[in-house]
Design a protein around this ligand. Structure first.
Ligand code: SF4
Ligand code: MG
Length: 322
């Protein structure tokens, strides 16, 4: 196991308000897994990832629980220890990563600077060799190394960002909507490249997305989040074929056919709940078509025979009192 997250909570706090953004989340990732973290915007996916990397402001967030990354609890590491882990062992690519490249410097100069943060004495040739190898993995030519960002298309820039995130051979790569802004063809190509390269690099990945088709094409496991809670988690082939949680069902139905056939988009009625309030019972109940009396109590996680873990009273009467 590379990452084991238990009872994980993230609360945004300010003078007037507390927002319960991530609540009682549990999940594991094994080495070599690619876990799709999926849900509508506002479901807490990015918050969860940012909190794991401890990239959220200490002043305005409270984090509790444990996140064991190869024997170290990310929640309790010092800033110094985190610096060692971030970008070196855990790397992240955001939707807007490509915008963080400086327009006035060649890719080469920026890559050298970044590489030398962890390897201060590295020679230019070593860095060039490493980066041109990575460029090849993301399907770009060596030529890119000497170009300026404005000479590249959005798809090429995002490939460069992915290559940069791999500079230090991270064990875990987090991609947060990293391909969302790209056209469908480029997105598909990059996902194929990512799947290939992580085999080659022996890497594990968390893929944050609102798009089930991204999960279907590039992940082996999926975790579905809703309003800060984990609703269902399991193997992609099981969950897509046989979604158990009514929210997962709705999420899958709200995407055009994963096989590419055009179908009318259905959406789940209703809105995300106000996360500054505490709720008793199932948080999805106001939008659930299968709601029952018992749903006034909070459902506990139930583990099914096919490995799926689901939080819904349809699969067991247990309640999870807080
Ligand atoms: Fe629907 Fe009840 Fe299951 Fe919640 S616990 S998803 S309300 S059936
Ligand atoms: Mg997000």
């Amino acid at each position: 196991m590379i990452l084991e997250v238990k009872d994980f909570n993230v609360t945004y706090v300010n003078k007037h308000k507390r927002v319960y953004a991530v609540k009682n989340v549990n999940f594991n990732i094994d080495k070599g897994d690619s876990l799709g973290l999926v849900g509508e915007s506002g479901s807490g996916k990015s918050t969860l990832a940012m909190a794991l990397l401890r990239l959220l402001s200490k002043k305005s967030t409270e984090i509790s629980g444990t996140a064991n990354f190869l024997g170290r609890d990310l929640v309790n590491l010092s800033e110094e220890e985190l610096k060692e882990i971030r970008w070196k062992e855990i790397s992240v690519v955001f939707q807007k990563s490509m915008n963080s490249l400086s327009p006035v410097h060649r890719i080469r100069t920026q890559v050298e600077d970044i590489y030398r943060v962890h390897n201060p004495k590295a020679a230019k040739e070593e860095i060039r060799d490493r980066f041109t190898y990575l460029l090849k993995l993301v399907n770009l030519s060596d030529r890119v190394y000497n170009l300026y960002p404005h000479e590249l298309s959005g798809g090429m820039l995002q490939r460069v960002s992915i290559a940069i995130s791999l500079l230090n051979n991270p064990k875990l790569l987090i991609m947060d909507e990293a391909t969302t802004a790209l056209d469908v063809v480029t997105q598909g190509q990059i996902l194929d490249e990512v799947v290939k390269m992580e085999k080659e690099m022996d890497m594990t990945r968390i893929m944050i997305t609102h798009d089930m088709s991204v999960v279907a094409t590039s992940c082996n496991k999926v975790a579905v989040m809703y309003a800060g809670e984990m609703m269902e988690m399991g193997y992609v082939k099981e969950v897509l074929k046989n979604p158990l949680h009514p929210y997962t069902e709705g999420l899958i139905a709200s995407f055009p056919s994963l096989k590419g056939k055009k179908e009318k988009l259905k959406s789940i009625e209703g809105f995300l709940p106000d996360l500054s309030k505490r709720y008793e019972g199932c948080i999805f109940a106001p939008r659930c078509s299968k709601v029952m009396d018992i749903c006034k109590k909070k459902p506990a996680e139930v583990k099914m025979d096919n490995g799926t873990v689901v939080r819904c009273h349809l699969y067991g009467g247990e309640t999870d009192e807080e």
